[in-house]
Design a protein around this ligand. Structure first.
Ligand SMILES: Nc1ncnc2c1ncn2[C@@H]1O[C@H](COP(=O)(O)OP(=O)(O)OP(=O)(O)O)[C@@H](O)[C@H]1O
Length: 292
């Protein structure tokens, strides 16, 4: 379905992505996470055929998507701040979606317009930031495109609308399984929806793993400093916080029954770390080197 081999992308002197490799053969919802400026949007643009790699191969259904209308019709890429025409109403924007996406599903579009309370006749440029994002989500999900790419689809959405979006995304995927790639800084909220996660860091794919596995990684151990130090002697630690005689550490290891038992035997508390905190520590240069 999607194949990237040794893909490098550079702007004149600056290399943004270097020798990226990544394959998805089956329909899946994949989250894309990385620090600001790590290259998430660049990767999405390459996949959508909006940019040409400096080196390497990108294949979508066996063909390069760049300047390839035959392939691009199966890709719906909704940018973070999609450049809708200033004269378009919401209805016009949907018409644009219908025109460019041969698998367009009008029922989904109508359902989402109602769900997000979007006024059909209002100009898109006159909508609030969150409402504009909701228009982008509506087009992205109603496209039923075999490859659906949503850049920061939660941008500007309040908590209530975000919840509605997560539900709509789940329903849309169940109705029509396909490759959906979504980037978000709200990894904690999108992680229940994602079956896999790609993390970009230092121009590379730092991690590409099933979400189920990532969720179990990283946990906090807290308790008497000496006891904690003894237990973590040969372990890799991602973060340390000292509070008087207490020490709280985030472990790199996978949360397990064995660790629960070790904690119990040493009078320590053990608690799963949030995916967001785990990833932040993992991509925080030097933390691992400094303490291990
Ligand atoms: N047109 C451009 N010319 C030169 N450099 C660019 C251009 N567009 C993006 N970049 C640079 O490419 C890098 C990656 O940008 P990109 O937008 O892909 O990151 P991102 O991970 O999506 O960031 P964010 O999370 O902040 O949205 C950044 O350093 C950015 O400054």
């Amino acid at each position: 379905m999607i194949r990237l081999e040794n893909v490098t992308f550079a702007y004149s002197e600056e290399t943004i992505l270097e020798e990226i490799a990544f394959t998805e053969e089956e329909p899946v919802i994949t989250g894309l996470w990385g620090r600001n400026g790590s290259g998430k949007t660049t990767l999405m643009k390459l996949l959508a055929g909006h940019q040409k790699p400096t080196a390497g191969n990108i294949e979508v259904f066996g063909h390069s998507p760049f300047n390839n209308l035959d392939i691009v019709k199966d890709i719906c890429y909704m940018e973070e701040d999609h450049p809708f025409s200033i004269i378009w109403t919401v209805e016009d924007a949907l018409r644009f979606g219908r025109y460019f996406n041969p698998n367009w599903h009008q029922e989904t579009a109508d359902r989402l317009l109602k769900l997000f309370n979007l006024p059909r006749n209002k100009k898109v440029t006159k909508l609030s930031k969150g409402m504009k994002t909701a228009v982008q989500i509506t087009i992205g999900l109603a496209s039923h495109a075999k490859v659906t790419i949503l850049d920061e689809p939660t941008n500007g959405l309040d908590a209530g609308i975000r919840k509605k979006f997560y539900q709509a995304l789940k329903e849309s995927y169940e109705e029509n399984p396909r490759f959906i790639l979504l980037s978000s800084h709200h990894i904690e909220e999108i992680q229940p929806l994602c079956e896999s996660l790609v993390v970009i860091h230092n121009q590379k794919i730092f991690l590409h793993e099933e979400m189920e596995i990532i969720r179990e990684k990283g946990f906090w151990l807290t308790g008497n400093q000496e006891k904690v130090e003894a237990v973590i002697k040969n372990e890799r630690v991602l973060e340390r916080n000292t509070m008087g005689k207490m020490l709280k550490v985030m472990m790199l290891a996978t949360y397990s029954k064995e660790w629960e038992q070790i904690a119990r035997e040493n009078g320590l508390s053990v608690e799963k770390a949030q995916v967001q905190d785990y990833l932040l520590n993992l991509t925080d240069g030097g933390v691992l080197d400094e303490h291990n």
